[in-house]
Design a binder for this molecule. Structure first.
Ligand code: HEM
Ligand code: HEM
Length: 198
């Protein structure tokens, strides 16, 4: 019988934050879209949509700050950071995604494309927070408002960036669904079983 090896993939904090982030992201996108298109009335009134957005922007901010802390404090940097060791084999995974290779190469916690994508998403999240807080406190953060050439542009940038999150989420869920279910289960239980040598 093939030997099974227990792989512990995501710690409890990582899993908790991922699912809180998912629920929060849905609320941010829906409330944000209602603020942009008032006819897209999900929350009943504009004041409720704004209230939801304002509560969830703090959740977004604190989950982000905590994620950075956890990334360094628990050594997650070693397995999920864009280090030369984790980036080895980028070419092979690009070939796989371009349908130029049949089998998916083996990687550690995440493949290089995932690491880069999550990293870029984090960078966009930081910009989103700065832009969003400047919309919220335009007087205190006038430096940011002026850097973007005014409140109207800032609003447009915030709106356009929201599509980065929507697009990421669609592609992310699609790619997750193309992979064995055990990886999604691991985002709930923390672990999966791997056939030794397989
Ligand atoms: C810390 C993060 C965030 C902060 C501080 C923030 C803050 C704000 C503020 C103050 C507004 C203007 C509300 C109003 O005019 O009543 C706004 C609008 C909006 N937000 Fe956010 N937000 C954040 C994250 C997000 C995220 C992650 C998304 C979507 C993925 C999003 C999507 C939107 C959209 C679509 C609008 C409407 C923009 C427009 O007027 O065209 N926001 N946000
Ligand atoms: C139903 C929706 C979702 C499902 C089923 C899902 C599932 C997963 C799974 C299984 C992983 C681990 C990937 C692996 O082990 O290779 C993961 C990681 C990740 N997901 Fe999602 N996801 C969902 C929605 C989202 C959304 C909406 C976002 C953000 C906008 C997001 C951001 C991330 C990030 C940043 C990671 C890396 C996590 C870390 O290392 O802390 N996910 N997701």
């Amino acid at each position: 019988m093939a030997k099974l090896q227990l792989i512990r993939k995501h710690d409890i904090i990582e899993r908790f934050m991922h699912w809180v982030h998912l629920v929060n992201m849905i609320l941010l996108v829906l409330s944000g879209l209602q603020i942009h298109f008032p006819a897209f009335n999900v929350f009943g009134s504009m004041s409720t949509a704004r209230f939801v957005h304002f509560v969830d922007m703090y959740v977004f901010f604190f989950v982000g700050v905590f994620h950075v802390y956890q990334f360094f404090a628990t050594g997650k940097w070693n397995s999920a950071g864009p280090t030369p060791r984790n980036m080895a084999g980028t070419g092979a995974v690009i070939k796989y995604y371009l349908f130029m290779a049949d089998t998916k190469p083996e990687y550690g916690k995440y493949n290089p494309m995932q690491i880069i994508t999550y990293f870029l998403l984090f960078a966009v999240s930081a910009v989103m927070a700065v832009v969003g807080f400047a919309l919220y406190w335009p007087v205190q953060l006038a430096v940011v408002v002026n850097a973007f050439g005014g409140l109207m542009t800032l609003r447009q940038v915030h709106y356009i960036l929201s599509w980065v999150f929507i697009s990421f989420s669609i592609v992310h869920v699609y790619l997750i669904l193309t992979q064995p279910l055990k990886y999604t289960k691991a985002m709930v239980t923390g672990h999966y079983w791997k056939r030794a040598g397989g």
